[in-house]
Design a protein around this ligand. Structure first.
Ligand code: 9MR
Length: 357
């Protein structure tokens, strides 16, 4: 023990005398900061980068859960807060899935985005069969929104308040909500949500804003109208379910025109299909992987060019090619996400990081 101490003292003395005698002649050593790409994750992007997450997979698949925790700084509830899930019977709410996702997000320092308070799809039978006066329908809309938002007040940072209210030709979708309440129910949906959580950021969310000018214009008109009336709307969600061969010009127009409203812009459901023509025999090749990566990069670049304060973030719809909704929905092979079916990073992953360099 004593011998060890002596050795230590001797070593320290020699180091200090050595550095003293040479300190005037040696330039200070500057340790270079090496960015290790292995340790870099999507959490390190200069804006929030998220994914929509599936409650069942988080519950049953530890590798999926680990990937979600490791990579993302924001989580969107894929299905857990849709009307049919959260409010399956009249007067009966089931917050189980949503609560699990919210708790996971909060425990891991992630922002949580709620999807969606109002949609024409995923409605339970009790709503589609509901019989009542206009006032009864208004009460149904208001009660649902305020119960769900109120349940997660202070925890869910932002909401897709109204989802997909327009057709691709820019006309209002003839949804059950428009049939029962007229198109201005949209404004009231935002007001109801705001009353339930005045700090929550409220978004209008829709797809096709990159490929349909008519739809984009209709959405911008709606949003500007709501703004001018003082309705509490804070952002536009560009779903961006797009394809590898969509033009950069169209994508950039959707992003810049949304930003021109002054509201925040959320690329809220990003995925890039490689097989939009439903070719059953298509296989994933290096060429497709590169085209995929290039489109991810150009989307990230265009997004990063809007004012920082308006960059609410980019969220992919689902996490990996194994859980993407696209192959199931269209019964075709496809590889739309930055992680492959074995949860490995694809070329698109690096392209996302490169998009902000
Ligand atoms: O990914 C979702 C899928 O699991 C559901 O079955 C489907 C119906 O609720 O909705 C999918 O998510 C959609 C989202 O809610 C709105 N934009 C389009 C998404 C893909 O269809």
């Amino acid at each position: 023990m004593r011998y060890l101490n002596l050795v230590l003292v001797a070593v320290l003395l020699s180091v200090s005398s050595c550095s003293k005698s040479k300190q005037t002649s040696i330039a200070p050593i500057v340790t270079p900061i090496v960015v290790n790409p292995v340790n870099t994750t999507l959490k390190d992007m200069p804006f929030k980068f998220g994914a929509s997450v599936n409650a069942r997979l988080l519950e049953n698949n530890p590798a999926y859960k680990a990937l979600v925790i490791k990579e993302f700084s924001s989580l969107t509830t894929e299905n857990a807060l849709k009307f049919a899930t959260v409010h399956p019977l009249e007067g009966h709410y089931d917050f189980t899935d949503a609560t699990n996702i919210v708790n996971l997000a909060l425990a891991n320092g992630k922002r949580i985005h709620g999807h969606t308070l109002n949609w024409y799809k995923s409605l339970p039978a009790w709503v589609t069969n509901f019989q009542g006066t206009t006032a009864d329908w208004e009460n149904l809309l208001k009660t649902h929104i305020q119960t769900v938002v109120g349940q997660f007040k202070g925890k869910i940072a932002s909401w897709d308040v109204v989802n997909e209210a327009f057709e691709d030709d820019g006309t209002y979708r003839n949804s059950i909500w428009v049939q029962k309440l007229g198109t201005d129910y949209i404004a009231r949906a935002f007001e109801y949500a705001h009353q339930a959580d005045p700090n929550a950021l409220l978004f209008y969310n829709d797809y096709g804003q990159e490929y349909s000018t008519a739809k984009r214009t209709a959405i911008l008109n709606l949003v500007n109208n709501l703004k001018s009336r003082g309705i509490p709307i804070h952002g536009i969600g560009l779903q961006m379910h797009t394809r590898y061969n969509q033009s950069d010009a169209n994508i950039t127009s959707a992003i810049t025109t949304a930003a021109a409203t002054g509201l925040m812009v959320h690329i809220s459901e990003l995925d890039i299909a490689l097989n939009p023509d439903n070719n059953q025999a298509l296989t994933y090749t290096a060429t497709l992987a590169e085209q995929h990566a290039a489109k991810y990069k150009s989307i990230v670049k265009a997004y990063y060019a809007i004012p920082k304060a308006q960059q609410y973030g980019i969220t992919t719809w689902n996490v990996t090619d194994a859980d993407s909704w696209i192959p199931t929905e269209y019964s075709r092979p496809d590889w739309p996400l930055p992680f492959d079916a074995s949860y490995q990073r694809k070329a698109a992953y690096q392209a996302i990081l490169d998009g902000v360099k």
